[in-house]
Structure formats: C-alpha cells, structure tokens
Design a protein. Structure first.
Length: 154
C-alpha cells in the first residue's frame, strides 16, 4: 500500500509541471490599452461577433471587413474579449488590461485626489478616482470650452 501511494505521489509530482505548462499555454493573449485611448488589433478570419466581458472597462468595435477591431480604454481594470464565428463557435479569446496614462500627475490631499495633465505644463484634467468636486469642476470647464469651440457661445 505504501509503495502504491509513493508511486502515485511520484507520478503526480512528475506530471504537475506539464499540467502547469498546459494551463499557461491556454491563457488568452493580453492586450494592454491606455485609458481614453484606442488601439487597433487584428482579428482572425471568420469573426462575426465580438463579446466584451465588461463594457465599462473597454469598448470594442469591429472594423468593416472584419479583419481588425478598435479597442478603447473606458475604465481601469481587466476584462475579456471573445470572438465568435457565424455559427457561434469561439475563434479567439483575449484579455484586455486598461492602464492609466503615464503623463498624468496625481495630487493626493488626504482622501481628496486631483489629476493634472503635464506635458510639459500642468493643466487640470479628469481621471477616474478623482475627488468629486475636482472632477465636476474640471469636466464642467472642459464641456463649456468644447461648447464654445462648436459655436455654442454665440
């Protein structure tokens, strides 16, 4: 009995690295996108439907012809993308990781947080996680300025 357990344990330990390698190779490709930016990625032939796990994190739009898609970062975090063929079969799966921009300075005052776009001068911007007052004031100014640029200030 002891010999049987030892042999079973030896087999299990010997097969564990192979099982881990198989699990690693089955992981979907990771696509990194910056918040509020878009990235074009190629699709395999035959894709008819794209499914995004959490559209609050990323938006995906298939381009005409179905050969490429545009991935836009909408919120921080990770979600997944599944590409299906006309019969509903899974052709491809990808993980999408939305990261913050690298040109934003975050000022933390206790629990309150404000963001500034610095390239090279720092100007207020809105980022997920900013304190409500700073977010509302900056986004209100941005909206008002955009309205003026579109002729809304006549």
């Amino acid at each position: 009995m002891l010999r049987h357990v030892t042999l079973s344990l030896a087999l299990a330990v010997g097969l564990a690295p192979a099982a881990l390698a198989a699990a690693d190779s089955a992981k979907p490709e990771l696509v990194k996108v910056t918040l509020d930016q878009a990235k074009v990625a190629q699709l395999p032939a035959g894709v008819r439907t794209l499914i995004v796990g959490n559209p609050a994190i990323a938006d995906v739009t298939m381009l005409k012809g179905g050969e490429a898609m545009v991935i836009t970062g909408k919120g921080y975090g990770e979600t997944n993308l599944i590409a299906l063929d006309a019969s509903g079969n899974i052709i491809e799966e990808k993980d999408i990781d939305v990261e913050p921009t690298r040109s934003v300075l975050v000022v933390q005052r206790g629990a309150a947080r404000e963001s500034y776009w610095c390239n090279p001068l720092c100007m207020p911007t809105v980022q997920l996680g900013d304190e409500n007052k700073a977010f509302t004031e900056a986004s209100g100014q941005i909206s008002a300025r955009n309205g003026l640029a579109q002729g809304g200030g006549k």
